[in-house]
Each structure stands twice: as structure tokens, then as C-alpha cells.
Design a protein around this ligand. Structure first.
Ligand SMILES: Nc1ncnc2c1ncn2[C@@H]1O[C@H](COP(=O)(O)OP(=O)(O)OP(=O)(O)O)[C@@H](O)[C@H]1O
Length: 270
């Protein structure tokens, strides 16, 4: 059960080879983070799951069913999708953005709106914000709305494409925490694309590091990858200084300060 990429490849019509012979399984209720440099085929791979991209070779299966045998529109509606930079509809109120898919699939408007307000709360927003338009929210709030919208159809599978890429590091951290909390509660099967290795290690149960051409440099849990980088590419990618970034404590004015390898303070102990 879960999502299986079985030897998939994608060559775009112009001849660009985005992915070659990629195989990987995402067990149900787990998060797979696809990470790599720009153009390494992350988005292409993720979009194969909801058939926004059709692979030129190989098969993608969800719960052992080949996605090609499933109706495209139904498949897309049944999978939560958080695009880069939210993708909210600017002329619809926040609540209606969240309720869009349930209304399309036949939920009465009132019920869909009521559920949407609950979802806003679930992602840490004041439901009163539901009356606003997306442009009247901060970037971080918009991303939370995008997550709420993706959850609205009660999908088992969530696809997230650089979901927190457009917000500043502190807001980003808050959104990551929220996602971890949500995931502990909801247990979705998640494929997340990011170019940020720290985000991949934080959110991914498993991480795939990709090179150009969608070639796997290494797959493993964050611990496995940090403990034994497969080669210099991975070592560089995860930050060859990671080991030296190990935290230590120093005493300043009687308080124990936690600093990283460069002596930058990262927090205070107890
Ligand atoms: N529709 C398309 N037609 C032709 N080439 C494409 C198309 N979409 C993507 N590509 C190419 O396929 C390769 C992989 O693209 P993809 O968007 O999957 O990479 P990515 O790792 O998600 O990159 P980024 O981090 O920049 O979003 C790139 O070389 C890209 O230019």
C-alpha cells in the first residue's frame, strides 16, 4: 500500500530527459521528500502521481492500482495538491478557495463552507480570515490556506511542491512545525518536493536526493544519509560541514547557550 514509482522515466517532447528509471515506494502514512538541484526532475516525478505528467516509461501505482487505469479528473480531485506559492484563486474568498473541490464533487455549499472553516482552524488560522481574499493575507497565511484547501477533499495522498518556498525562514519553520503536527494527527501519504535539504530532513521520513536527469544519488532516512553519504555529490549537497555544525554549549553570563560549529547561537538551554 502507498505510492509506488516503478521504473518510471520522462522524456519531454522536446527531448529533455527529466527522469530516468526511477523506482521508489512511499509506504502509506509516510512522507517522502524529493530533494535536488533545480531541474533534477522533482516536480516531474511528483506530478506523475496525479497524472499532471504522464511518464514515458514505467508505472505509478497508488495502493497497487496503476494510476493510468483511474479517471484523471477524479484522481486529481482525490489527491491533495499544494502548489508552489499557494495557487489560490485571487477572486474567491479564502473560505471558498478551501471549499472549491468539495463543492465541485457535490458537497452542498453550506456544509462545504462549514468544513472549510474547521480546516482553517486545523491549519492554525482564525476562521474569521475565511471572509478575506487571498491578497489580504500574509504569505505564510496563504500557504496555510493552500494546505487547508489540499486537505478539503479528505485525500489519503498529499502532493506538496516547494510548499513553503516563498516565505521567510522563521515563517517557514512555523509552517513546517504545523505540517509535522498535522501529519502526526492525520497520517497522510505525502510526496514533498523541496530544494532545501534541511526541510527535506525535517519533514521527510525518507529522502531521495536527485541529480540532473532524475537520477537517484541516494535514498534513505535522514539519519542514514547523514551517517553515510553515498558519494561526494551527496556530501556536498547535504553540506560537507554538517558534522562540524554539531551543536555544543557555551556559558555566557551564567546561562548555557547552545551554539553551532561556527559559534552561532541557536538557543538557550533550560
Ligand atoms: N513541459 C516541459 N517541457 C520540456 N521540458 C520540461 C518540461 N517540464 C520540465 N522540463 C524539464 O525537465 C527537467 C526537470 O524539470 P522539473 O521541473 O521536474 O525539475 P525540478 O527538479 O522540479 O526543478 P525546480 O527545482 O527548478 O522546480 C528540467 O530540465 C526542465 O527544464
Amino acid at each position: 500500500m502507498g505510492i509506488e514509482f516503478r521504473d518510471v522515466g520522462k522524456t519531454y517532447p522536446d527531448g529533455t530527459v527529466a527522469v530516468t528509471g526511477f523506482s521508489c515506494t512511499v509506504p502509506s502514512h509516510r512522507t517522502l521528500a524529493l530533494v535536488g538541484t533545480s531541474g533534477s526532475g522533482k516536480t516531474t516525478l511528483m506530478r506523475m502521481v496525479n497524472r499532471m505528467v504522464e511518464p514515458t516509461t514505467g508505472t505509478v501505482l497508488i495502493d497497487d492500482r496503476d494510476v493510468r487505469t483511474l479517471d484523471k479528473v477524479e484522481l486529481r480531485r482525490s489527491i491533495g495538491y499544494v502548489p508552489q506559492a499557494g495557487g489560490l484563486l485571487p477572486h474567491r474568498r479564502v473560505v471558498d478557495n478551501v471549499a472549491t473541490v468539495p463543492v465541485l464533487t457535490g458537497t452542498p455549499k453550506r456544509a462545504a463552507r462549514a468544513a472549510a472553516l474547521e480546516l482553517l482552524e486545523l491549519v492554525g488560522l482564525d476562521p474569521a480570515l475565511g471572509r478575506r481574499y487571498p491578497a489580504q493575507l500574509s504569505g505564510g497565511q496563504q500557504q496555510r490556506v493552500a494546505v487547508a484547501r489540499a486537505l478539503a477533499a479528505e485525500p489519503n495522498v498529499l502532493l506538496m511542491d516547494e510548499p513553503f518556498g516563498a516565505v521567510d525562514p522563521i515563517v517557514r519553520r512555523g509552517l513546517q512545525d504545523q505540517l509535522l503536527q498535522l501529519q502526526a494527527e492525520l497520517g497522510k501519504t505525502i510526496v514533498l518536493v523541496t530544494h532545501d535539504i534541511d526541510e527535506a530532513f525535517r519533514l521527510g521520513d525518507d529522502v531521495v536526493i536527485l541529480r540532473t536527469g532524475g537520477i537517484v544519488a541516494q535514498t534513505g532516512t535522514p539519519k542514514e544519509i547523514v551517517a553515510a553519504p553515498a558519494d561526494d555529490f551527496v556530501r556536498d549537497f547535504i553540506g560537507s560541514d554538517r558534522a562540524e555544525r554539531a551543536l555544543r554549549t557555551v556559558e555566557v553570563d551564567g546561562r548555557n547557550l547552545v551554539v553551532d560549529g561556527d559559534g552561532r547561537p541557536v538557543g538557550v538551554l533550560g
